[in-house]
Design a protein around this ligand. Structure first.
Ligand SMILES: [Zn+2]
Length: 106
């Protein structure tokens, strides 16, 4: 199985083809790589409502269900991951936006 084309989206950070899926655990939107891979730890399937649902493949349930395919969370492959607020290590890569000294009227 593969995601149908209407699920395809593009990562705004790296431009890679992704799909948005809802986690079965929390109902959160999660970007996944559009290309299925047997290295992925996610099982993705399209629900009857046409929405993609994603679950984590665990050791307890390693086998795929009918209609499911394996995918990688895009967070794992995105070349420009979003900065994590929780991690204390400051990220060096800051965007070059710096407040320019504002010059008032003469
Ligand atoms: Zn990306």
């Amino acid at each position: 199985m593969k995601p149908s084309s209407r699920h395809l989206a593009t990562c705004r950070r790296c431009g890679a083809p992704i799909c948005w899926a809802l986690t079965t655990a929390h109902g959160r939107r999660q970007p996944i790589d559009a290309a299925p891979t047997d290295k992925g730890n996610l099982g993705v399937m399209q629900g009857p409502d046409g929405v993609l649902y994603v679950r984590t493949i665990t050791a307890a349930r390693p086998e795929l269900r009918p209609g499911e395919w394996q995918a990688m969370p895009h967070h794992a492959t995105c070349i420009t991951p979003p900065p994590r607020r929780s991690s204390g290590t400051g990220q060096r890569a800051r965007s070059g936006v710096r407040p320019a000294p504002w010059q008032g009227r003469p």
